[in-house]
Ligand binder design. Structure first.
Ligand SMILES: NC(=O)c1ccc[n+]([C@@H]2O[C@H](COP(=O)([O-])OP(=O)(O)OC[C@H]3O[C@@H](n4cnc5c(N)ncnc54)[C@H](OP(=O)(O)O)[C@@H]3O)[C@@H](O)[C@H]2O)c1
Length: 292
């Protein structure tokens, strides 16, 4: 197998860690990422040790901050002459109080929705230098909970915040944005493919940051649900296959389940008009960062 250069965001733990480890085991040049320097260092040395692959690099950036996303992209562009795949895996769930980043954005939307779009757009030049550039974005089946067009006039839920709703909507919106990006790339004849995946319910640290700040009923539901959760290696393997597998070559605009099967997504509230409205909102926020 050819060695490919792949960035996996949020790869110091959970699904992203296993994605990076699988890719490292296959001999790829993996760039692992996280926001905490120490956690990234630990993951880097573990992955090197377990895979015996020394071609592993790392980068640190807090993806809730758009200027950090831009800084990460700039550093990658300085260091690498191409990128074969970007796996937008980093994601988070917040608590019952709405939290806002230092740039003024609702934090769940910033990490799960704005950052993958900004990073994908910022790294397109590098991905287009690959013969088989791929963008893989991890959404969630929770997008079904967010499936509504009621909040398109309040995308960051300043007046309608609820932590389950914001997570669901962030994972719905990232799908719409990736479809829009895919259409744009297709129109201009780009070879870069754009696909999304939902990893099922996997036992990871997801949401642990804000776990204390959750309604009590959520803790009960989580405890009952926990035994049903799958090994994060399953979606990790699918991420790795979507990023490099020959069976996915040229496939674009698709939504896959945790096993890599094409899933028919719920488009009940989807319309081109809603997608464009969301895109315009995001571009208004992100254009200053893209122009840098
Ligand atoms: N686990 C599930 O059942 C499930 C279901 C549906 C979708 N997903 C999605 O799967 C993806 C991976 O999540 P996971 O389950 O593997 O959870 P996880 O173990 O918590 O991993 C999430 C990763 O994202 C990173 N991250 C979080 N906030 C960040 C920020 N502000 N800047 C940079 N990196 C940040 C985390 O870094 P830290 O270690 O520093 O927090 C971690 O590396 C996420 O997009 C999640 O929404 C998971």
């Amino acid at each position: 197998m050819d060695s490919k250069t792949i960035l996996v965001t949020g790869s110091n733990s959970g699904i992203g860690y296993l994605t990076a480890l699988i890719l490292a085991n296959q001999g790829h040049h993996v760039i692992i990422h996280g926001r905490n320097e120490q956690k990234v260092k630990t993951a880097l040395s573990e992955i090197k040790k377990q895979s015996g692959n020394e071609k592993i690099d790392s980068i640190v950036a807090d993806l809730s901050i758009m200027s950090e996303v831009t800084r990460l992209a700039t550093e990658l562009k300085e260091k690498y002459d191409h990128l074969d795949a970007l796996v937008n895996n980093a994601g988070s769930q917040m608590g019952k109080e709405r939290s806002v980043t230092i740039e003024g954005h609702e934090k769940t939307m910033a990490i799960n929705t704005f950052a993958p779009l900004l990073l994908s757009e910022s790294l397109l030049d590098l991905l287009e230098k690959s013969a088989d550039g791929r963008i893989v974005t991890v959404s969630s089946a929770s997008y079904n909970q967010g499936t509504s067009d009621r909040y398109l006039d309040d995308i960051e839920l300043a007046n309608n915040y609820e932590f389950g709703r914001v997570y669901g909507l962030s994972k719905l919106y990232v799908l719409w944005l990736m479809w829009h990006l895919n259409d744009k790339l297709q129109e201009r004849g780009s070879k870069v493919t754009v696909n999304c995946m939902e990893p099922g319910s996997a036992l990871t640290n997801l949401g642990s940051e804000a776990a204390a700040n959750r309604p009590k009923i959520w803790k009960v539901i989580y405890a009952l649900w926990r035994p049903m959760m799958v090994d994060p290696a399953i979606p990790g393997e699918t991420n790795a296959r979507l990023a490099t597998g020959n069976e996915f070559h040229g496939l674009t605009g698709m939504f896959f389940d945790k096993n890599g099967r094409i899933e028919k997504e719920n488009r009940k509230y989807y319309s081109k008009e809603n997608e464009q409205k969301l895109w315009n909102y995001c571009m208004q926020i992100l254009t200053p960062y893209l122009d840098k």
